[in-house]
Write a protein that binds this ligand. Sequence first.
Ligand code: SAH
Length: 346
Amino acid sequence: MEIKKKDIRALTKEQLRDFFVKEGDKAFRGNQVYEWLWSKGAHTFEDMTNVSKETRQMLQDNFVINHIKVDQMQRSSDGTIKNAVRLHDGLIVESVLIPVKNRTTACVSSQVGCSLDCRFCATSRLKRMRNLNPDEIYDQVVAIDKESKLYHNRPLSNIVFMGMGEPLMNYNNVLKAIDKITSPEGLGMSPKRIVVSTSGVPKMIKKMADDEVKFKLAVSLHSAIDEIRTSIMPFNATFPLEDLREALEYWYEKTKNRITYEYVVWEGINDTKKDVEALIAFCKFAPSKVNLIEYNPIDDGEFQQASSKAIDMYVNMLETNHITVTVRRSRGKDIDAACGQLANKS
Ligand code: SAH
């Protein structure tokens, strides 16, 4: 019977060091191999040239090195790139490179599919198959960093967890991936350049605060009225706004970090004065920023982007109440790479 070999990149540095000690080797060997796996991006044990042939064979007998493969890359007319990424078990997720002025942002996935049911999001139509492992998240970032250097002559500067999946429902692996992304042995990026976007899982927002994470938080709010939010994001019935708000207050108390809200305004759903008033009342307890995102149609027109008059009303009322507001245009729409359009279509 063939024994299923373990993915060596699932081990922490400490675990690798312990493994070598148990094998009668030096703990230091663990550091060497770890460096090969993470800083040098080795795809095979053969690549590890400063490790003896016997040790490489021993590793080969015990482990595999799983790597993602960019199956298909699509480039938009605006410079946005969408990668269809094949995982070791054949499943596919998508990640996106977004060039803005002199920055490059990677939008990465945290799960295959999604267990949430936001009615305006294409990913919600794929059921959640599994969580991504830390190395699968990390590899998406590395792939985009390479593409950024190749096509835009600069390294990746920012990361947003706004691809497929709900990052706070795969919290441990997302945290491990961010550890690798920010560590000098990985990509050495600043956590301040990383945004984790959540539909709002109160318990996990509190956990993030307790864990004193250094990355930024964005909340996909879309409505501050329970009835409306539940109608477009049905899981809001389980995690109502009051619980979300309490968790965010806890987050702000602990971190003193400004909270960013992602918000789409739809015609006939959340485009009245009452909706803006509710939003202001919801977020004024802490310094806040509201990103009004353009809606990317995913279907038969059930949801329609609100008029520019409605957007102007949001901007004016928020600004009058000293809440920072930006209006975001979407990128990569021609290749279905914009927010909420990731659904493994091609
Ligand atoms: N589950 C996480 C991250 C993935 S969604 C979250 O909900 O935040 C990333 C962002 O895209 C969220 O703000 C989400 O509300 C938004 N989004 C989803 N579908 C969209 C669509 N069709 N048009 C515009 N934004 C959309």
